[in-house]
Design a protein around this ligand. Structure first.
Ligand code: ACM
Ligand code: ZN
Length: 627
């Protein structure tokens, strides 16, 4: 009920039901960079239209999208008109040339009269539509004749902070079918993201059909068994799958209509064992190989001394570039152990012939050669930050993942950078207390919603001039321990919302308290969209500060949710609203079992988190505070 005021006007005969958001409850994620709340409101009724200028098929598609969305909320099938004027009682979608609007930006004016959404290009209209969706009620209704939906009057002038607002999905470790990939793209679009990084090849599975090398999908796309848990439990079932070219075109087209660029990743020289299983002659050592069952870095990589490797990769990439209009192709580059290169005659010969100093320079040679080839196809490359080692290819962009140092180095060398450091942007990491979460990557810190939100992509080390090379941010979903679409959704959301706000909103317009408030509405949207989002933000974190002299611990609770109502117990019983209410930090001076949970109107929103305070903690203060 918080974000929805239901006004029932009980007048004899006329009984319209009006649903609206009040202005203080505006919950737009990512936060627009300029928003002015005006008086009055726009009313959607059965006569409201969508109006676009004639002769623009892209606008027609956008009008259809808006119409579909409004129908799902109100039940009204909206009439779409095509005139060059702006109409009253209409959503007007307008392409406006001129300098006042920015790249990917939009201007949205909601007045009692009409809604006008203007942008320089269709992508701006698309983002404006995402904002309009968030002005609508989160509920869906069966409309009646007298049914009205009110949108508060606002003026929004908005544009993104970064041009790369991305998410990566690893389909190599686990294959996710096309219908889910499309859903995932929908979710990204809803968050005003514009890049889907599709990690298509891995040691554990090759997922893209290449006509010239049929074995890549006949053989390399399938494994006999899989490590399921971090503890090493093995699932003995065959796992695999791949995308046909037709399916890839379908996904790329689907994404394009949502203004999302699909950036394919073809891993090299490492993470290539699945390909070597089918084509062992591309390795430094004699095969045969098998697709590994266990996760972890594999030592067998493409041979950099063998011309056949380059012939193979150039043939593969020639087919890849035909499928993906993206101007940039991800070539991997990470985690390539050099052990076999050190012992391989061909690799050592190459080092000799090319006058290279070591195997890192050999990797650099490898990547530069691939870059040169892709430039002939009018494509630039991006790679993980290991491509800095041994010297960066002249036009390469860098994805900084092992912290931010790679990003700093690359930006200082005037190369474009996407920031995706593990400790903020790896959504395969736990998002809360591991005892309350499904198993995930066993190493790495907790990347909570707050942690993601706190990330500032511009490293302090960069000058303003260097900072311009930071082109964006990306969240990564590696799938070793993410076995199903439901799990991808759980790990990806709501962290993607925090990422979206970092990527879109200037840092001075971001605010954690406000974000948490907006998330309450966002969760309802997720529910409507059928996203299996994590509710971990409601889980209670315990902070324990011990005064050993007084042998007293001060307990405080925290969540990543807005104004949480926390109830707790000290006797090991289940917390309920009848138990102790948490208002302030409180002292404990004897052993207790603390159980705490978050509630909303009597309903428990979180899991129950437990903390044991024993005598040695009170005496020695050993308890570590959770982050
Ligand atoms: C990576 O996480 N290996 C890029
Ligand atoms: Zn070799």
């Amino acid at each position: 009920m918080k974000n929805l005021i239901v006004v029932v006007l009980c007048i004899v005969f006329i009984n319209p039901i009006i649903y609206a958001q009040t202005k203080s409850e505006l919950s737009i994620i990512p936060q627009p960079n300029n928003i002015e709340e005006l008086t009055g409101e726009f009313t959607i009724n059965s006569d409201t239209k969508i109006n676009i200028e004639p002769g623009n098929p892209n606008l027609e598609l956008l009008a259809d999208m808006l119409s579909y969305r409004i129908k799902t909320v109100t039940g009204y099938s909206m009439h779409i008109t095509k005139t060059s004027k702006t109409l009253k009682n209409a959503f007007n979608l307008i392409i406006q040339s001129g300098d006042t609007l920015s790249e990917e930006g939009y201007s949205l004016s909601v007045t009692p009269d009409r809604v006008s959404l203007e942008a320089k290009e269709e992508n701006g209209i698309f983002y404006g539509l995402q904002t309009i969706y968030q002005l609508l009620p989160t509920k869906t209704f069966e409309s009646t004749k007298d049914f009205e939906v009110i949108i508060p009057s606002v003026k929004i002038i908005d544009k993104p902070r970064y041009s790369w607002r991305g998410m990566m999905l690893d389909v190599g470790r686990y294959f996710y079918p096309v219908p889910f990939i499309k859903k995932f793209i929908d979710y990204l679009a809803f968050h005003k993201m514009n890049t889907f990084h599709w990690h298509l090849t891995e040691d554990h599975g090759w997922r893209i059909k290449i006509d010239k090398y049929p074995e890549l999908t006949e053989t390399s796309a399938w494994r006999q068994a899989t490590q399921v848990t971090p503890g090493g439990r093995i699932d003995e079932n065959l796992h695999g799958g791949y995308y046909s070219k037709e399916q890839i075109r379908e996904v790329v087209d689907y994404a394009k209509k949502r203004y999302i660029t699909v950036v394919p990743e073809i891993e090299m020289p490492g993470h290539s064992l699945a390909a070597l299983v089918a084509y062992p002659e591309l390795s430094c050592v004699e095969g045969p190989f098998e697709i590994p069952i266990q996760w972890g870095i594999q030592e067998n990589i493409y041979c950099a001394g063998n011309e056949k490797t380059f012939e193979f990769l150039e043939n593969v990439l020639s087919e890849v570039v035909e499928l993906f209009p993206s101007p940039i192709i991800h070539i991997g580059g990470d985690e390539a152990p050099k052990k076999h290169w050190e012992q391989c005659e061909k690799c050592q010969m190459r080092i000799e012939e090319e006058g290279l100093n070591d195997e890192h320079e050999l990797q650099s040679y490898f990547i530069k050669r691939i870059e040169e080839f892709l430039l002939t196809k009018n494509k630039n490359i991006i790679g993980w930050d290991e491509i800095l080692e041994g010297g960066l290819a002249p036009n390469a962009a860098v994805m900084s993942w092992r912290g931010i140092e790679g990003g700093i180095t690359a930006a200082k060398q005037k190369h474009n950078v996407i920031m995706t450091p593990t400790s903020y942007m790896y959504f395969d990491y736990y998002q809360g207390d591991p005892t309350l979460e499904p198993f995930a990557i066993p190493h790495g810190r907790v990347v909570s919603l707050q942690r993601v939100y706190s990330y500032e992509p511009i490293p302090e080390e960069l000058t303003p001039q260097e900072a311009k090379y930071i082109k964006g941010v990306q969240g990564n979903i590696w799938s070793e321990f993410i076995h199903s679409p439901d799990n991808v959704e759980y790990m990806g959301f709501p962290r993607a919302a925090a990422l979206a706000e970092i990527a879109w909103t200037e840092s001075e317009n971001k605010e954690w308290e406000n974000f948490k408030r907006k998330m309450e509405t966002q969760y309802k949207r997720y529910q409507n969209m059928g996203i299996n989002y994590a509710k971990s933000a409601y889980n209670v974190r315990h902070r324990v500060d011990v005064d050993t002299t007084a042998q007293t611990a001060t307990i405080s609770f925290e969540t990543d949710s807005y104004n949480p109502q926390i109830y707790y117990t000290l006797d090991g019983s289940e917390p309920t609203p009848e138990k102790l209410e948490y208002l302030n930090p409180f002292p404990v001076n004897k052993p207790v079992i603390i159980k705490a949970a978050t509630f909303n109107e009597g309903e428990r929103m979180s899991k129950i988190s437990t903390e044991y305070i024993n005598r040695s903690i009170l005496r020695d203060g050993k308890k570590q505070n959770e982050n």
